[in-house]
Design a protein around this ligand. Structure first.
Ligand code: CMX
Length: 442
């Protein structure tokens, strides 16, 4: 058994026992109440699942096993002389709850290299898709096409003991993570670079090798950006649409390929991960409309008001949970301050930070007028020459796979059941109100 798996098994067996005892003792304790607004309003704030890998605070932002992004940038292992964390380290942390040593993170990177071979039929399948197929469609389909390799599905068909589900889930997750950068880079090169593919470089770590296979630039800063990017997008607790979808599909014991592909379909929505593409599309539209890449504050304000008056959202702003500027946005801003001088799109992004929030606030209905992670990422990618914004959500997806798959291994280890919440008709809600009102009168 490999070192990470062994560590996981020890922790998972202990937590499994602890949770079962806790449930036996306290299973009937009430921890929350549900309002009608929540039932109609996308279940905001409803406590409804266990998610070990990260937790989101509305004001402080995401914490991965208790560590903020600022702490992760300090604590996670880095390449020699590098400033950005290795995403391999974050996966280790999410899975077993310990900051890995440099050796452990390197071991994981090497392990992924051994598992990185993508089945040939995935490339054949991708090549058969029309070239203008959206990269997220290609990505989700490519993940699904690799389901032929699922160890979980194979062992289930052979009659696996439910106590061993996590083991097969772990194997599939490790294989998937090893292969996703290659698949994503293949999609990028076929869609935007005439199908001229770049072989992996076995000398590089996971994030840097991905950057290398994308072949956007020779600038080594882009490798640093990819490491940071892949770290900060990985997880945002369990309720976000891509995580929750992966979790829901996994709860049926569909294997990680089915679950992750489904999660990626959720990420492809413009209110979720696709917002990173929409932000740059919107900014480029502004630049074109105004005829300048150095618009004044007044020009930007007018453009925002025009967007709102057309019944559209300002992409990259607002959040279902956060009530402050997203620390993932701030981490990217710090990166830009460190690495980038005088970039017009980055400058617009920073101007928007000052102009958008008061305008959204004045609408009187937006609960969080501050930028989210997607407000900044495109400007960084544009700076290094990745102008093909249709691909941006795939980058998000490669990173998000780490969080949702780590959480999936935990779900199988903790014996999480089939998800099946209760729905209501509008009439049923009306009847609940009527009953409650007549009880009060009585
Ligand atoms: N621009 C304009 N209006 C916005 C807005 C924005 N950026 N954010 C919220 N609103 C509006 C909502 O559309 C809603 O309007 P209606 O009542 O007319 O339907 C109202 O304000 C209240 O919404 P909310 O409670 O503040 O926000 P929600 O929890 O419903 O939605 C989110 C959250 C992210 C979907 C929303 O803020 C939004 O659409 N933002 C723009 C898209 C975006 O950046 N998404 C990425 C989020 C991060 C990620 O998942 O990657």
């Amino acid at each position: 058994m490999d070192i990470l798996k062994q560590k996981f098994q020890e922790k998972a067996e202990a937590l499994f026992k602890e949770n079962r005892a806790m449930l036996k003792e306290n299973g009937d304790m009430v921890i929350d109440q549900t309002t009608i607004s929540q039932v109609f309003g996308g279940m905001r704030g409803m406590k409804s699942m266990i998610w070990e890998t990260s937790e989101l605070d509305a004001f402080e932002g995401i914490r991965f096993r208790g560590n903020s992004i600022r702490q992760l940038r300090k604590l996670l292992p880095k390449v020699e002389g590098g400033k950005e964390p290795l995403p391999e380290g974050l996966f280790w942390l999410m899975l077993v709850g310990e900051i890995p040593s440099k050796r452990e993170a390197t071991w994981l990177g090497e392990e992924w290299k051994k598992r990185a071979e993508v089945p040939k039929h995935t490339f054949t399948m991708l090549d058969a898709l029309p070239i203008d197929t959206h990269p997220m469609t290609q990505f989700s389909t490519a993940i699904l096409s690799m389901q032929t390799e699922s160890i979980f599905a194979q062992r289930y068909a052979e009659g696996i003991n439910k106590k061993d589900y996590w083991d097969a889930y772990y194997e599939d997750s490790m294989n998937l993570l090893a292969r996703l950068p290659r698949v994503a880079a293949y999609i990028y090169r076929r869609t935007y670079r005439n199908g001229e593919h770049i072989e992996p470089n076995p000398e590089l770590d996971w994030g840097a090798n991905f950057a290398h296979m994308l072949g956007v630039t020779d600038n080594p800063d882009f490798l640093s950006l990819m490491r940071l990017y892949l770290t900060i997008h990985a997880d945002h607790e369990g309720g976000n649409a891509s995580a929750h979808t992966t979790h829901l599909v996994g709860s049926t014991l569909a294997d990680p390929y089915y679950s992750l592909s489904a999660g990626m379909n959720a990420l492809a929505g413009p209110l979720h991960g696709l917002a990173n593409q929409e932000v740059i599309k919107w900014i480029l539209g502004m630049v074109e409309d105004l005829g300048t890449d150095t618009p004044s504050n007044d020009q930007i304000t007018d453009y925002i008001n025009k967007t709102l008056s057309e019944g559209k959202v300002i992409p990259g702003y607002g959040h279902a949970v956060l009530r402050q500027a997203d620390p993932r946005y701030m981490a990217q801003r710090i990166f830009a301050e460190d690495y980038i001088d005088n970039d017009p799109i980055v400058s617009i992004v920073w101007k928007l930070f000052n102009i958008v929030p008061p305008l959204l606030h004045d609408l009187g209905k937006v609960k969080n007028p501050w930028p989210n992670v997607d407000a900044h990422s495109g400007a960084l990618l544009m700076h290094y020459g990745m102008k093909d914004f249709g691909f941006y959500t795939v980058l998000f997806g490669v990173s998000r796979a780490m969080g949702v798959l780590a959480a999936g291994v935990w779900s199988r280890a903790l014996g999480m059941p089939l998800e099946r919440p209760k729905s209501l008709t509008s009439l049923a809600v009306k009847q609940i109100i009527e009953k409650s009102t007549s009880n009060t009168k009585d």
